[in-house]
Write a protein that binds this ligand. Structure first.
Ligand code: DAH
Length: 413
């Protein structure tokens, strides 16, 4: 679409340089400018363009327009400078010069206006996505979208987008958090990339202590130049949130800390390098092991049903003293150890299933957070969320939680 040849505007020679003549000439020039610029994107000029090539063609047309008006060598702006301004008699130069500057500015303005209009149009058209296409297709141009709707029966019912649902691990985590919220606990979170200090040292794992080996830690590389306590790692448990919470809150406190943790474990049916834990911490005056037992017994009954019993088995964690593993009576065989005349596979015929670790907060830990162990006492516990979900839902492979297979996941919706 080059401007129509017949009526194409040409810069006229001026008969004289009177204000009247100049006004008339400027008027004609501006009209031509406006018409040509508008024609650039008019329907007639874009209609018969080949679609694939449309934007290249439109930009070519724009460039022709731009050069015609402002090309340095022989553009219209240059022509009026030569033919009007340069040839004006000396006494008319100031007036003609002023008019020339105005015209030149108008021309520049119109060219850049046309350019941005074209840019905007192209961007809008190319970003345009018809989201509601029944087959779930998306289109970047109107033409494509229109072509695709030919032959579509618009009286058919619409597509219902399937609703997502909570992931079973998150669902289990939320259920457990709710049990504790109902007991007055609040929720705290901490970072997944932790320092050695929070993950180990302040939890009473001294440097090189063998208890560190029980947590197959993934360290961030190239930290050797930092002091040990500042080195970064992926937290191996949610226990560091205990320290972070006690640093910012004074007793009494009762918190649960749900979150993701990482260990250098090979994936198999019962291990995953990424899993989730819920940490609990209660610190107050006169908190005893009885409070710990009562709280966890209640929580297990809420989670697994009121007939579940709990058993506390001596254990060791550096940050609790005494420490215990909590076992619940096997939910598959009712704690009998036998089911349908055969040994129960889920509890290995013991009648008990080990579920979480707990204990009374070790007084050494209070030393790291400026709590007075003579005045306060408390308990802590930590449990694996996947482990609970596996038991609750009878899932036989932890990997199913992470593979993202919708057929598995939608059973929990
Ligand atoms: N952090 C421990 C782990 O990941 C679990 C644990 C045990 C947390 C005892 C506690 C606790 O708060 O008191 O193995």
């Amino acid at each position: 679409m080059t401007p129509k040849k017949k009526s194409e505007y040409r810069v006229p020679k001026l008969k004289d340089f009177s204000a009247k003549t100049l006004d008339g000439a400027a008027g004609k020039l501006l009209t031509a400018l406006k018409e040509e610029s508008e024609a650039l994107l008019s329907e007639e000029s874009t209609n018969d363009l080949q679609h694939d090539d449309k934007w290249r063609q439109l930009w070519d047309v724009f460039k022709t327009f731009r050069d015609r008006w402002i090309a340095r060598k022989d553009g219209i702006a240059t022509q009026i400078k030569d033919m009007w301004l340069m040839s004006a008699p000396v006494d008319r130069k100031p007036d003609v010069g002023r008019r020339f500057n105005e015209l030149r500015a108008r021309i520049d303005e119109e060219v850049s206006r046309a350019e941005s209009a074209l840019q905007r149009l192209q961007r809008d058209e190319q970003n345009w996505i018809i989201e509601t296409d029944p087959a779930g297709r998306s289109f970047s141009t109107w033409d494509d979208a229109l072509k695709a709707t030919e032959g579509v029966d618009i009286t058919l019912p619409g597509i219902r987008r399937p609703l997502g649902a909570e992931h079973p691990v998150i669902k289990t985590m939320n259920e457990m958090v709710r049990v504790f919220r109902n007991l007055g606990y609040s929720v705290e979170e901490g970072p997944e990339i932790e320092t050695d200090y929070y993950n180990f040292e302040a939890l009473n794992f001294p440097p090189n202590h063998p208890a560190r080996d029980t947590q197959d830690t993934l360290f961030i590389a190239n930290q050797e130049s930092k002091p040990l306590r500042e080195r970064l790692l992926l937290r191996t448990h949610t226990s560091p949130v205990q320290i972070r919470t006690m640093e910012k809150m004074k007793p009494p406190l009762r918190v649960v800390c749900p979150g993701k943790v990482h260990r250098n474990d090979a994936a198999d049916a019962t291990h995953s390098p990424i899993f989730h834990q819920i940490e609990g911490l209660a610190v107050d005056t006169n908190i005893t092991f009885c409070d710990l037992k009562g709280t966890l017994d209640h929580a297990m009954k809420e989670m697994f049903g009121s007939s579940v019993r709990t058993r506390f088995y001596p254990s060791f964690f550096p940050f609790t003293e005494p420490s215990a593993d909590v076992q619940i009576s096997c939910i598959f065989c009712g704690g009998r150890g036998y089911r349908d005349g055969a040994p129960c596979r889920n509890c290995k015929a013991s009648g008990w299933i080990e579920l979480l670790g707990c204990g009374m907060v070790d007084p050494n830990v209070y030393g790291f957070v400026d709590y007075d162990p003579k005045k306060v006492s408390g308990f802590a516990f930590g449990m694996g969320v996947e482990r609970i979900a596996i038991l609750k839902y009878g899932v036989d492979d932890i990997q199913l939680f992470f593979n993202g297979d919708v057929r598995f996941l939608e059973q929990f919706a």
